[in-house]
Ligand binder design. Structure first.
Ligand SMILES: [Zn+2]
Length: 418
């Protein structure tokens, strides 16, 4: 692979070079101008370590009509991702060794690497810790009750302590149910105007504050998922200044879309945590620029067409995100000078790989040949028919984006190409 710009965040390298792949592994990375002829000409393109999405919902077992591990992996490949970690809110819940094993078995047929995340509590009910040790031994890379916050502080404390012992991250979905009051949109002007029940920002921020304090108190490590508010950015920034072991993740929809779009009543805009205001987007972007956020993850959440054809109140929350992530990062962050490509790729490959402790995110001899080629200038329109995901619930359909993954290579094999 020659002619492209090598982007290697692990080595802080952004420049010319070539990659030699042998038997599914990277044999050599040449970081110099020397021109060789290769099988793949990547001229004008970025050659990156395969992207890692540490927050997706592949819906199997239980909701195969929305997405399967196989179709989800195809969507991941089409988005430039070579590894994805899937959340446990399936039916049955991934809260035991057998279900972890089932996911790992299914992952063998997937076109990208798929890693299971186990539930923190049995049935994700927040009452009793799940068998984390067993699940970890079976291959769970992290633990989370994603989809809902763990309401009980003592349970969360024990979970953090347990995960500390296992040296795996706790991923926290921050939301207090009693404060969210069954809301469906950001509490504020737009929600009142449209007659939608509001979710206050304090419902999210109070739990972020709790997780930070618990991480400090226990010496454990917590990864805060999908931060949506300016106040959340602030809390994490302060925690990091105190060297508390927290990392934070942001989703493309939270730095791109604000709640005033809800005037369309498009149920694809219903997500948890909800889309907030322009002010929050500004703070989130500032947080990304300042390094408050470690990871960009999609929270890819497929739902069938008729499920989203309900009133806003009743439609399930979530939008798909794997196939639009690179385009949104490029269009909204890199082209608007929030961050450069090196930082963007770091947040989408080496850092999530490091948090999950999985063999990814590195361009070095001996590493699996998981490589993503991005055309940063590719102009394209998001089209429903192009989605590889089994579901099409994206509010970005029809949007023009600049920048796209054009080739995805997993273990030396091309699994997606435009
Ligand atoms: Zn999620």
């Amino acid at each position: 692979m020659t002619g492209g710009t090598i982007v290697d965040p692990a080595d802080n390298y952004f420049g010319p070079g070539a990659i030699v792949v042998k038997k599914g592994k990277i044999a050599e990375v040449i970081k110099s101008k020397k021109k060789d002829k290769g099988d793949i000409d990547a001229s004008g393109k970025l050659v990156c370590p395969g992207l890692v999405d540490m927050h997706v919902h592949f819906r199997e077992p239980g909701y195969e009509y929305k997405e399967t591990i196989f179709t989800g992996s195809q969507a991941a490949a089409a988005g430039g991702f070579t590894s994805a970690a899937c959340m446990p809110n399936t039916e049955p819940t991934i809260d035991n060794q057998e279900t972890v094993k089932f996911v790992i078995q299914k992952a063998k047929e997937a076109v990208v690497n798929v890693y299971p995340i186990g539930a923190l509590t049995k049935g994700r009910l927040g009452k009793e810790l799940a068998e984390m040790d067993d699940m970890h031994r079976a291959g769970a890379v992290a633990f989370s009750d994603d989809g809902s916050g763990v309401q009980n502080g003592l349970i969360m404390r024990r979970a953090i302590e347990y995960c500390k012992m296992l040296s795996v991250p706790v991923i926290s979905h921050c939301e207090y149910n009693d404060l969210a009051e069954g809301g469906v949109a950001n509490e504020g002007y737009i929600a009142s105007k449209l007659g939608l029940r509001g979710i206050s920002r304090v419902a999210e921020e109070l739990m972020i504050a709790r997780e930070i304090m618990l991480a400090e108190y226990t010496g454990g490590f917590v990864h805060i998922a999908h931060v949506s508010t300016a106040g959340g950015v602030d809390l994490i920034k302060k925690a990091k200044k105190k060297n508390i072991m927290v990392t934070a993740e942001v989703c493309p929809h939270h730095f791109t879309l604000s709640d005033d779009l809800l005037e369309t009543y498009d149920t694809n805009l219903k997500v948890y945590p909800p889309l907030r205001t322009q002010k929050d987007i500004k703070a989130i972007k500032k947080g990304i620029a300042d390094g408050v956020f470690d990871v960009i993850a999609t929270d890819h959440a497929p739902h069938a067409y008729d499920e989203k054809q309900l009133e806003f109140d009743y439609a399930p929350p979530g939008m798909i995100g794997l196939e639009t992530a690179v385009g949104l990062v490029s269009t909204e962050l890199v082209r608007k000078n929030v961050i450069d490509w090196l930082t963007a790729i770091k947040m989408m490959s080496s850092t999530p790989a490091c948090i999950l402790n999985i063999p990814a995110g590195k361009l070095e001899a001996g590493a699996p040949a998981d490589i993503t080629i991005i055309d940063p200038e590719c102009e394209w329109n998001v089209a429903e028919d192009d989605f590889k995901s089994l579901s099409k619930n994206s509010p970005f359909i029809g949007r023009k984006l600049v920048g796209r993954a054009v080739r995805t290579i997993v273990g030396g094999k091309t699994v997606f190409e435009i």
